[in-house]
Design a protein around this ligand. Structure first.
Ligand code: GLP
Length: 238
């Protein structure tokens, strides 16, 4: 089957991380006040390390950038959302020259349904997402759009798949708030990175099967500006 989008495959995972970081740097150099959607997870850590190192050479590179959050876990045991804390601590607060704003999902409100709608409004008021960085779950999820999520889904409270809960070490029955598939597809550009053997099957299903709710990531392939970055292991079943 012919693959109609831009796909780059690297021998080593760290080269895939570097190439992903490069796409973000290019975006920011082209549009200083970009709105960038950030994802969490193990895959992103190397990407953020590259970005922090590059920013040291050019402090202030991100000073006009607004960062927004892709998803969050609804868990009220810490002083702030787990993912927003992770993004601040691993990336945005390490930027020497700072950043314009970080729009985060607030899980300390009574009405989560309202928070999801208001969060999306904030993202749209900021101008919408110029570049959305994405990982992929082993089951093909993007953000917390688990299998079963519709292409038209919007920012909402979402149930997590048992496998996600187990992999992320969360309490049974955990829920999240996530930008929907439609919101992600509304980003002007999408960069998806997948590394490691555990992602090979999800990558294959996303890229080689007819788009369907079984693999939310499969809806991405029709986006007009998507870059898919893999290492050899994640690409091994293509
Ligand atoms: C997590 C997050 C996603 C992330 C994905 C992959 O559960 N909700 O935003 O992209 O799953 O995570 P990892 O890179 O740790 O495999």
């Amino acid at each position: 089957m012919e693959i109609p989008f831009r796909i780059s495959i690297f021998e080593e995972y760290c080269r895939a991380e570097e190439a992903t970081a490069q796409q973000i740097l290019e975006q920011v150099k082209q549009k200083r006040n970009s709105v960038i959607g950030l994802a969490t997870g193990r895959t992103m850590r190397g990407v953020y390390r590259f970005l922090i190192d590059e920013e040291k050479k050019e402090p202030g590179l991100f000073k006009d950038v607004t960062f927004v959050q892709l998803d969050e876990i609804i868990l009220k045991t810490v002083g702030e959302g787990i993912f927003s804390k992770e993004l601040r601590e691993l990336f945005i607060e390490r930027l020497e020259g700072g950043y314009e704003a970080f729009l985060s999902i607030n899980v300390f409100v009574e009405d989560m349904v309202k928070e999801a709608a208001e969060y999306l409004k904030k993202v749209l008021n900021a101008g919408g997402i110029d570049l959305q960085l994405l990982g992929i779950g082993v089951n093909g999820h993007i953000g917390y759009n688990e299998p079963g999520s519709e292409r038209q889904s919007s920012c909402r409270v979402a149930s997590l798949a048992p496998t996600t809960i187990e992999r992320d070490g969360l309490p049974i029955g955990s829920m999240g708030i996530t930008l929907g598939v439609e919101d992600i597809l509304n980003s002007k550009k999408i960069v998806l990175i997948a590394t490691g053997n555990s992602k090979a099957s999800a990558v294959r299903q996303a890229l080689k099967s007819t788009p369907s709710v079984e693999s939310p990531a499969s809806f991405l392939v029709n986006h007009k500006c998507i870059s898919i970055i893999l290492d050899n292991q994640a690409a091994s079943m293509l």
